[in-house]
Design a protein around this ligand. Structure first.
Ligand code: WTA
Length: 638
């Protein structure tokens, strides 16, 4: 067994776990009662595999549970301690947030938004982003938030798929001291889209924008609406939001989450994993454009009436001490971030965090990628001063909330650096082989989830068939998340990265197929294959191999065009570290690109059996390309 870290000796709550495992439906039934319902449900779970409906017949509202329920006791309590990248700050109390959300709900209504309509939100990390989301939730509109780093072409795909009739954006947002011109990106994205009726523009910066007849200013609209708006009584299964995420095939898919089940999952996991108390100051560094921001910046903390810090910009801007400065300034007690951020902070050296007073911290969380044991230990010792448990939470956009995590709000147990420990109660998880048989302890296999859970996605927006095939076809009646894992002798789970063609670059999900089809859409490109190689900070970086059409020369200009195309069509997060021109790709005799082989060569692993390869010369060529990049990476790190 690996080194175990006991932080506050205690025990696993076997009684609760046994109860949850023996009857997960009544277990969640009890948990759901922590929320405020307009009417209780008739059926806790309607399970028509693979479609789960939770708390059927119950009526609820997410905005009501995030705001209205706190007004009697917490209206002057800060909900958000906002820190702008440029040094500005704002405190938004539960009372203020309530008022703003009701007003923006009326704005949406005045623009013709009705229950079930979709609203695309493309805003920087400012309080108006959760305000806009909660306003949608209040009137039963479905929000579709897009991360502010995505390009116009990506936004167009998402707006077209969700058919949003209103878009909410800003005249800019700050990132690394520069203004990101969000409104211009929206103008480009919707220039040929006729169904977007209105664009609401928040003034966040001094950036001048050009306006069209569709554009309305946030402030003007807010000044002209009443400040009362009752929350709609919505069915528990009413869709709360669509969030697009990359998968193994084609364009990003719209993960659709419901209301009652999703909120129950978040309420319980936030309480268990972060042991949230009224006096806590929570700080999650995730951007709201990703699922961690939806679940654990917007919904979970507000459901609990917690105070949280929200930071607008880059974690290392204007310098490497920014995050620790924020922790010290706001006396943060619970800090939740990514392994990529931690690897970067670790590289900056201990002197920086050591020069700040971080003694308010009591819990430290991590999410989004496997955490290397040495980074875990650094987080534990240098940031947590050996007194804060590390809450390594495994989950996905599709799962809605955490499914594997230490739960100090429920039980205490020894931690192991790099392990997410156990599944949350009520969720049965196994590690299986190709045939679905459980593998012995300490053996790498595929993670599967064997029963529905409340935060589970309802489906993929407009595509039930894809939902079935992507998640439920590999193993009968089991959800397949696409991750490798192993269970050790103590039953602890170790997450070992993606088992499919999805990359995790700095914690962001990028589909290889989406990236390849973008590269291939360049008129000079015949074929392309991309894969990830290990990176010291980002976990993984992208390498792209490109075969050009007959007669086309591999120039630096062409390479730049391909880089630009990726930035324009997807966004900067999908930019490869390197593009290599090769004359062919390693393929099986049946014509499939051997991505596994690319990955192996890329990670300097043994190549293994290549007997099914069509043409061995492609391997040599690609191996040479990788030797080059390995050398260049070494040079960069010197
Ligand atoms: C990976 C992010 C190891 C995993 C919340 C999963 C993790 C994918 C962890 C989902 C973790 C997330 N340890 N790997 N603690 N958390 N992952 O949808 O591969 O952006 O399938 O959701 O991130 O990424 P997504």
């Amino acid at each position: 067994m690996d080194e175990a870290y006991d932080v506050g000796l205690g025990n696993i709550d076997f009684v609760l776990r046994k109860k949850a495992d023996s009857d997960f439906v009544s277990f969640w039934d009890d948990e759901a009662k922590n929320l405020s319902w307009f009417s209780y449900w008739e059926k806790t779970l309607d399970w028509q595999p693979p479609f789960a409906k939770w708390f059927v017949g119950g009526t609820i509202n997410a905005s009501f549970n995030a705001l209205d329920v706190h007004q009697k006791t917490k209206s002057s309590k800060p909900a958000i301690l906002w820190e702008g990248e440029n040094g500005e700050s704002r405190i938004i109390t539960y009372g203020e947030m309530f008022l703003q959300v009701k007003k923006f709900s009326n704005v949406l209504k005045s623009l013709g938004v009705k229950k079930g309509d979709r609203v695309t939100i493309y805003l920087p990390m400012v309080p108006e982003l959760p305000i806009a989301m909660l306003a949608c939730a209040r009137i039963g509109a479905i929000h579709a938030v897009i991360f502010s780093g995505f390009s116009a072409a990506s936004i167009k795909d998402r707006i077209s798929d969700s058919h949003s009739k209103v878009v909410v954006t800003a005249n800019g947002g700050y990132r690394r001291g520069k203004i990101v011109k969000l409104k211009e990106v929206i103008d480009e994205a919707i220039k040929d889209v006729d169904f977007v009726e209105h664009v609401v523009v928040l003034k966040r910066t001094e950036n001048e924008i050009s306006t069209s007849s569709k554009d309305r200013l946030w402030d003007d609209l807010m000044n002209n609406v009443p400040d009362s708006c009752d929350a709609e009584k919505l069915d528990s299964t009413h869709p709360l939001y669509i969030l697009y995420t990359s998968g193994t095939t084609g364009k990003p898919k719209g993960v659709l989450h419901g209301t009652g089940g999703y909120l129950t999952h978040l309420y319980s996991t936030f309480k268990w994993a972060f042991d949230i108390k009224d006096s806590d100051v929570f700080f999650c560094t995730a951007d709201i454009g990703w699922v961690t921001g939806h679940s654990y910046v917007v919904y979970a903390p507000l459901l609990h009436g917690a105070t949280q810090v929200m930071y607008e910009g880059a974690p290392d801007f204007p310098d490497a001490s920014r995050i620790w400065e924020i922790l010290q300034k706001y006396h943060v007690t619970i800090f939740y971030t990514t392994p990529t951020a931690l690897r970067m902070f670790m590289k900056f050296g201990n002197n920086i965090p050591n020069s700040f007073d971080l003694s308010s911290l009591r819990l430290l969380g991590t999410v989004g990628e496997p955490i290397n044991p040495e980074v875990w230990k650094w987080y534990f010792k240098t940031i947590g001063n050996e007194k804060c448990p590390i809450i390594d939470t495994w989950w996905q956009t599709e799962t809605g909330g955490m499914l594997i995590s230490p739960l100090p709000g429920l039980e205490t147990m020894p931690l192991k650096p790099g392990s997410g420990t156990l599944p949350i109660p009520g969720v049965r998880i196994s590690v299986v082989d190709e045939n679905g048989d459980e593998v012995p302890p300490n053996t790498k296999g595929y993670l599967v989830i064997k029963n529905p859970w409340p935060g589970m996605l309802l489906t993929l927006w407009g595509d039930d068939e894809k939902y079935k095939t992507v998640y439920w076809s590999k193993y009968k009646n089991c959800y397949y998340p696409g991750d490798y894992a192993l269970k050790d002798d103590d039953g602890y789970l170790w997450l070992l990265g993606r088992a499919d063609d999805v990359l995790k670059v700095a914690g962001h999900r990028i589909g290889t197929a989406e990236l390849e089809s973008c590269i291939v859409s360049h008129s000079d490109v015949a074929e392309s294959a991309v894969c990830g190689i290990t990176d010291e900070i980002k976990g993984e970086v992208i390498i792209a191999f490109v075969v050009l059409k007959e007669g086309i020369s591999d120039t630096e200009i062409l390479k730049k065009e391909i880089f630009d195309k990726i930035r324009n069509d997807i966004g900067a997060i999908a930019t490869p570290k390197q593009i290599y021109f090769v004359s062919k790709l390693p393929k099986t005799r049946s014509g499939k690109i051997m991505r596994r082989l690319l990955k192996r060569i890329a990670n300097n692993e043994k190549i293994g059996d290549v007997s099914t390869l069509e043409d061995g010369t492609a391997v040599t060529e690609i191996q040479n390309a990788f030797d080059d990049i390995q050398k260049s990476i070494k040079r960069n790190s010197c």
